[in-house]
Ligand binder design. Structure first.
Ligand code: ADP
Ligand code: MG
Ligand code: ZN
Length: 588
């Protein structure tokens, strides 16, 4: 063969992209390739550029045949060669691939490379202004942006930059959007990968992908690594649920992730953001200090949040004069940001179909129905009566709870539906860590639990199915008081139930074998406790009926009540005369 001449690597790439290259041989120091022109075939070589775009992807995309010669084990070219095997190879030649890998000592090649989508500096195209209605989450992440932009300000003072932020919330609330916005605001590269993309068929692949991802990211620090669906790799290890000994691949991937997170010093400027909608399944190791020690809740938006989100998305379409976004926000309770984006888009499609100049309220009406039909399955959108019932119920908990001691203050009431099951909630925060509960506090807690149902019965004269969880908890507490804590006059301090494992919080304890008479007495006492608490809850709400009404109206309007305005309301609750006695003795 005649001597072959050198070409710039860029020319080589250009030739590949214009489909002129037919064959490529990659060796440690150079790339040899054949170019077909009209009537001749020329061979050239080029020196590979380490920072160049990923070669195999490019070659595969252009259907160019290529060969690798002499893979070195640890030269700089290892980096290049490692990416040469396209994922396709893995399908037919798994065994071969693994063997090959061992020989080259470079980790699982090709398949082990992370497939992270990389966005260059500030190019995610998303800014905080695009994320609406989740202001608290935005505020928390504002700090991360500041770290990334002015990291020396923090390192100079010796402050440790957070390594991991975990975004927790239901699907469609804007977690991915928020992570992108952080990168966009800070103007740093954004590496994005989904948890499920790490884990594949072969054991070890996921771990190697994690390693690769961190390596890439560290080279481009400051930057953000975003791992979506963290639960796909971060599920709790060895919980004994899996009789086959768990999922090796996932565990290895998780271990590698933990190792990487421990391995880099807080000040390298790589910040990990992960998202999940199932925080409860995550391995506790992920939440240790130095890992995902910051957790940011990205929740469904309340009414004003929805109005802001609608505004952001409506800005992209032409709105008619008659469109009232505030009204639409009021009617879309329970919808997430993604639902709302979809809603606006449906309305715009409707308008286009009707050949309108702008999107009118009538289009939103039709779109609303379409979106609702799509959402019905998820059973999140309440009809007005249900919504009202939920509001009375939650206010009932709050008003009764306001008079009880010990269990902490009611901090927040919300009727923003949260997925199946929780239509609304009342948040009670302990004022301090408590390890003991007094008798009267248990009574108060039981009454508070029954307060929701009591409100329904006081207002409507009938109750809904919404109280089952409350009833369960109240009954368990009453049972424990009698069978475990010895808090009854007739049975006394005798244990009628076995103790539970020290570390597992459970609701029920196994009953000891007891005589029939004792069993009857236990049941009678449980019923007596519950009945007493229930009457007390009803008495409280009957006495504070006006407050119950007005608070419910406010809650229906604002959807969330908290802070000073809630405290002001709760301080107005009046106690029935018999309350103090009942709390002391359990007798009315
Ligand atoms: P998640 O990651 O929480 O499932 P995404 O970030 O993927 O949700 O949201 C999907 C889309 O829904 C976004 O691209 C955006 O168009 C819209 N969206 C979701 N939340 C918001 C929000 N808070 N503000 C504006 N748009 C939002
Ligand atoms: Mg997402
Ligand atoms: Zn309840």
């Amino acid at each position: 063969m005649a001597t072959i001449s050198q070409q710039a690597y860029g020319d080589f790439l250009a030739a590949v992209k214009t489909n002129r290259v037919t064959k490529v041989i990659i060796s440690p120091s150079r790339i040899e390739y054949t170019v077909n022109s009209e009537n001749s075939t020329e061979t050239y070589f080029a020196i590979p550029d380490l920072l160049a775009e990923s070669l195999p992807e490019l070659l595969a995309a252009n259907s160019v045949e290529y060969t690798i010669q002499n893979p070195p084990s640890d030269s700089w070219l290892g980096t290049l060669l490692a990416v040469v095997l396209p994922p396709l190879v893995a399908v037919g030649a798994g065994a071969l691939l693994l063997k090959y890998t061992e020989g080259s000592g470079g980790g699982v090649m090709g398949v082990g490379k992370s497939k992270a989508k990389t966005y260059a500096q500030g190019k995610t195209g998303v800014k905080f202004a695009d994320v609406a209605g989740i202001d608290e989450a935005k505020q928390e992440l504002q700090e991360v942006v500041d770290f990334l932009k002015n990291s020396d300000k923090y390192t100079r003072l010796g402050a440790k930059i957070p390594k991991g932020v975990l975004l927790v919330g239901p699907p469609g609330t804007g977690k991915t959007l928020l992570a992108k916005a952080v990168a966009g605001e800070a103007g740093v590269p954004f590496f994005s990968m989904s948890g499920s993309e790490f884990v594949e068929l072969y054991v070890g692949v996921g771990a190697s992908r994690v390693r690769d991802l961190f390596e890439k990211a560290k080279r481009q620090a400051p930057c953000i690594i975003f791992i979506d669906e963290l639960d796909a790799i971060g599920k709790s290890r060895g919980n004994g649920m899996n009789p086959n000994g768990g999922n090796d691949e996932r565990e290895q991937t998780l271990n590698q992730l933990l190792t990487e997170m421990d391995g880099f010093d807080g000040n390298t400027g790589v910040i990990l953001i992960a998202a999940t909608n199932r925080p409860e399944v995550l391995d506790p190791a992920l939440r240790r200090p130095g890992r995902f020690d910051r957790q940011v809740v990205v929740d469904r938006p309340d009414r004003s949040g929805r109005a802001q989100i609608l505004t952001v998305h409506a800005n992209k379409v032409k709105l008619g004069e008659d469109v009232d976004l505030e009204l639409l926000a009021t009617r879309t309770s329970g919808l997430t940001g993604a639902d709302l984006a979809n809603f606006v888009n449906e309305a715009a499609l409707m308008a286009a179909r009707n050949n309108r100049q702008a999107v009118l309220m009538a289009d939103f009406e039709v779109a609303f129905e379409r979106v609702l039909v799509g959402l019905e399955k998820r059973s999140r959108v309440l009809n007005p009566i249900e919504r009202q019932t939920v509001a009375y119920h939650e206010v009932g908990h709050a008003l009764v709870g306001a008079l009880m001691t010990g269990r902490g203050k009611v901090e927040k009431i919300s009727i923003v539906p949260r997925g199946v099951g929780a239509l609304g909630y009342t948040l009670q925060m302990p004022e301090e860590d408590r390890f003991l509960m007094m008798e009267d506090e248990i009574r108060g807690q039981i009454a508070t639990l029954l307060g929701g149902r009591a409100a329904e019965s006081v207002v409507f004269g009938k109750v809904s199915t919404g109280a089952s969880d409350d009833i369960q908890k109240a009954t368990n507490l009453a049972e424990k008081a009698i069978t475990l804590y010895g808090m009854s006059d007739t049975l006394g301090p005798i244990a009628f139930a076995g103790n539970q494992s020290q570390f597992l919080e459970g609701d029920t304890n196994p009953r000891r074998a007891v005589s029939g008479d004792v069993a009857i007495e236990i049941d009678r006492l449980i019923k007596q406790t519950i009945d007493g608490a229930n009457s007390m809850a009803q008495a409280i709400l009957a006495q504070n009926r006006e407050l119950l009404e007005s608070t419910t109206q406010i809650l229906l309007d604002r959807e969330v009540l908290e802070g000073d305005s809630l405290r002001a309301i709760l301080s107005q609750v009046q106690a029935p005369v018999e309350l103090a006695d009942w709390l002391q003795t359990g007798k009315a």
